[in-house]
Design a protein around this ligand. Structure first.
Ligand code: FPP
Length: 249
């Protein structure tokens, strides 16, 4: 097991640590808009504002890694105008948030199939990644056209190709090799995964990496998410007794 995937055994919960890596399934933009009788696009716009607040809150609350599920591989099935609104918003965010991210010491990376987007969006992603590459206070992963099963499948395919080419021994493929072939290679696994809006599903998010994550479901709709909600989720995480399959005490 690589150092990055090695869980830190903390039994007995005597000294509950803060999460190093937090993942968020940002859910509820549509319901937020419906509750106000406004177009869904306005819900997503308010969701983008909440994203900005969450990045700031994570930095202030000592989180080192934040992974946001912004667009799933399944979201392409939404009506074309909604997909256009969402990709437009994300492109706007990437272009206009970079200075703010640099100011906050945030390094942005995109995980997921970026080739599914147009060349303009891909260029925007590359620009934002390059401009923030030197920052170390908070690592921000934005999952775009991301699906956990697709990520694992691609890793398996890459390893199979390397084995077929004689570069690696199939018997040497262990959990660490698989983890190292994922897009999150070298990153710590998420300790805490939050989903907003009251839905209680993982929805193909970080399937491999979430093996030992604590799940916290909060009823708040994503556009209403603020620093106080992240504080509550982290407090709930710190009350949990993480055993990673071992026995307490
Ligand atoms: C879920 O709400 C949210 C999304 C599908 C997209 C998340 C996108 C953003 C927060 C905005 C842009 C992102 C960035 C990185 C700037 P939903 O539409 O599924 O809500 P519903 O379940 O209430 O319909």
């Amino acid at each position: 097991m690589s150092a990055a995937t090695q869980p830190i055994l903390r039994t007995g919960n005597t000294s509950p640590a803060a999460p190093v890596h937090v993942g968020i399934i940002m859910d509820g933009n549509g319901r937020w808009a419906a509750a106000r009788g406004v177009p869904r696009a306005l819900g997503h716009k308010a969701g983008a504002e909440a994203t900005r607040r969450a990045v700031q809150a994570a930095g202030e609350q000592g989180v080192s890694w934040l992974t946001l599920f912004a667009f799933s591989s399944e979201n392409w099935r939404r009506p074309a105008d909604e997909v256009r609104d969402l990709t437009g918003l994300m492109r706007h965010y990437l272009r206009h948030e970079v200075d703010q991210l640099v100011e906050q010491g945030v390094r942005l990376r995109v995980i997921g199939d970026r080739t599914a987007f147009g060349s303009g969006m891909q260029a925007e992603i590359e620009r934002a990644e390059a401009a923030t590459a030197g920052n170390t206070r908070l690592n921000l992963n934005v999952a775009l056209s991301y699906g956990g099963r697709a990520e694992i499948t691609k890793a398996a395919r890459d390893l199979a190709r390397r084995a077929a080419a004689g570069e690696i021994d199939p018997d040497a493929i262990d959990e660490s090799a698989l983890a190292g072939a994922l897009e999150t290679a070298g990153m710590p696994d998420p300790d805490l995964i939050i989903r907003t809006s009251g839905e209680q599903r993982i929805s193909n998010f970080l399937l491999w990496q979430a093996a030992y994550a604590e799940l916290v479901f909060q009823p708040v709709l994503w556009p209403d998410y603020g620093p106080e909600h992240m504080r509550e989720a982290i407090a709930e995480f710190r009350r949990r007794d993480r055993r990673f399959g071992a026995r307490a005490g």
